[in-house]
Design a protein around this ligand. Structure first.
Ligand code: FES
Length: 180
């Protein structure tokens, strides 16, 4: 069960919702060339959908409805098709998230090892009021996720691209203090 990516952010993120969408794959841009190169590797350009979405998320921080339309236009598929993929994978953000996207495994083995207390500690020390909401300073979003594949190192936490293993509630303040 995951809660975060489809949950709305707080006021700190509202601007990102309201701002006009800035296309990623503008003609002549580096991203446009990157996507064009990628498409040549596949018999069907829709096969480039996942990496195209990563490019958008890397550049814009999340994938808006307008971004889904842009990607659909680029790859010859409908925005609804793109949305089906975006909503399937929890790694894609459907709303703005904090600078540090914190994913705590709460699947049964980690839950038995106290993952729920780790979640509580992250919520308390980040100032995030709820799972999936972004802290007022825009730095943090905390969500629960299914197995992170590190069951022997409960509780594992993924912060952006990095894994932190054997996390306990007591370690949370130090982990947060070490983030840029
Ligand atoms: S159950 Fe938590 S990492 Fe596998």
């Amino acid at each position: 069960m995951s809660h975060g990516p489809s949950a709305p952010g707080v006021a700190a993120s509202a601007h990102a919702h309201d701002a006009p969408y800035e296309p990623v794959f503008t003609p002549g841009s580096a991203r446009s060339k990157e996507l064009a190169d990628l498409i040549t590797r596949y018999p069907d350009k829709r096969a480039a959908l996942l990496p195209a979405l990563w490019m958008v998320q890397n550049d814009r921080g999340w994938i808006s409805e307008a971004a889904m339309m842009e990607v659909g236009d680029q790859l010859g598929c409908t925005a609804a098709y793109v949305k089906g993929v975006v909503t399937f994978y929890t790694m894609y953000h459907q709303h703005p998230v904090g600078k540090h996207f914190i994913q705590v495994c709460t699947t049964s083995p980690c839950l038995c090892a106290g993952a729920d207390k780790v979640v509580e500690a992250f919520l308390e020390h980040t100032g995030c009021k709820e799972l999936g909401l972004t802290s007022a300073d825009g730095r943090y979003t905390v969500i629960e996720v299914e197995c992170l594949g590190a069951c022997g190192f409960a509780t594992p936490v993924q912060i952006n691209e990095d894994y932190v293993e054997n996390v306990t509630p007591e370690k949370v303040p130090e982990i947060l203090a070490g983030l840029p």
